[in-house]
Design a binder for this molecule. Structure first.
Ligand code: HEC
Ligand code: HEC
Length: 298
């Protein structure tokens, strides 16, 4: 008898693990902090030479990324990683491709300090901001004024508003059976049958577990720009929300189209060669994951 219950619990857990849930309409936020966070997110003064803001690499009208293989920071310096979208990042179980930040506050420290992104340090930044209109704004919200913690607190509060509910697929999940097309329904069925859902599930259809690239078939070094380090790396499985808007793909932006990405990932992660019409249908399904940004919802 107890075994029976354990089995039921196991099945329920597994079903739960393979479920995709819709993005909520909004998250509870502190409006004043959101307004401040929005200013900071778009302000190039956060970078050492006043040239780069968060929005330089996370364009909010372009899928929340920068549509480049790798991003360019201060002094034209390039990194090695593709900029992920900021949209729905509040739902990621960890932040960054390797998951090294536990939450958005911790994440926001990264780009401000990174010498190839904004290249700043907080002592300089705080002195700089205290000479501006920010002094009053911070003092009105935080007892201790402009501090490192308060800067990233406001930014992360703003990021909670960068969510994209009401995608066609979410409407379908909520019961509107006509919200997605027949082809998209077939694409979703293939997505489940082939096992994509075993890694891409949860509210962000990804971003809740780690996986290496090449679970079944190992990509050879230099193919897809793979390095020895990449081969060892455990990547946070990326979210597939709004993925049709965030080309190029993979951690290094090495694949330009969604078709090619689906084909390649299926081979390396599942050892399955998909037929052209299966790829087509999965891509159509992925297109149904484009949600609505705040401006589009009003
Ligand atoms: C120079 C380009 C650049 C700038 C400027 C930049 N980012 Fe990013 N952002 C990236 C890249 C590249 C990554 C991935 C880096 C990694 O995984 O190590 C990233 C990762 C992120 C993530 C994690 C998303 C995920 O799915 O893991 C968030 C959230 C984010 N950035 C927000 C911000 C905020 C907030 C700022 C401003 C304080 C900012 N970024 C400034 C390029 C940039
Ligand atoms: C074993 C886990 C796993 C399975 C199964 C899996 N993926 Fe992924 N997927 C990943 C990882 C990890 C990455 C990121 C790899 C990288 O960037 O190097 C990824 C990346 C992607 C991307 C690119 C996202 C972006 O923003 O760059 C797409 C699209 C994608 N997968 C779709 C699929 C589809 C469709 C299937 C089924 C055919 C599938 N995945 C099966 C783990 C998985």
């Amino acid at each position: 008898m107890p075994n029976f219950f354990i089995l039921i619990i196991f099945i329920c857990f597994n079903m739960h693990a393979n479920i995709i849930s819709p993005i909520p309409q909004s998250m509870p936020t502190d409006e004043k902090k959101v307004a401040l966070g929005k200013l900071l997110f778009n302000d190039t003064r956060l970078s050492v030479d006043n040239t780069i803001s968060c929005a330089s690499c996370h364009l909010l009208n372009e899928g929340g990324d920068d549509n480049k293989s790798v991003s360019t920071g201060v002094n034209g310096l390039k990194g090695e990683l593709n900029s992920p979208t900021v949209f729905n990042s509040v739902f990621n179980f960890k932040q960054f491709w390797d998951g090294r930040a536990d939450n958005l506050k911790e994440q926001a420290l990264g780009p401000i300090l990174n010498p190839i992104e904004m290249g700043n340090n907080f002592d300089t930044l705080i002195v700089k901001l205290e000479k501006t209109e920010y002094l009053n704004i911070f003092n009105n919200i935080y007892l201790d004024g402009i501090t490192q913690d308060n800067i990233v607190d406001a930014i992360s509060e703003y990021e909670k508003t960068l969510i994209t509910p009401n995608s066609d697929f979410d409407m379908y999940l909520k019961g509107d059976t006509n919200a997605i097309t027949q082809v998209q329904k077939e694409g979703y069925a293939i997505f489940k049958e082939k096992g994509c859902i075993s890694c891409h599930h949860g509210i962000n259809i990804g971003a809740n577990l780690y996986s290496k690239l090449g679970v079944i078939i190992d990509p050879s070094i230099s193919h897809l720009g793979m390095t020895n380090k990449d081969k060892e790396e455990k990547f946070k499985v990326p979210s597939l929300r709004n993925v049709a808007k965030t080309a190029p793909y993979l951690h290094n932006g090495s694949i330009k189209t969604l078709n090619e990405t689906v084909k390649t990932i299926s081979l390396y992660q599942l050892g399955r060669e998909l037929k052209d019409d299966e790829i087509y249908k999965i891509v159509k399904f992925l297109e149904s994951l484009n949600g609505k940004i705040k401006e589009e919802r009003k």
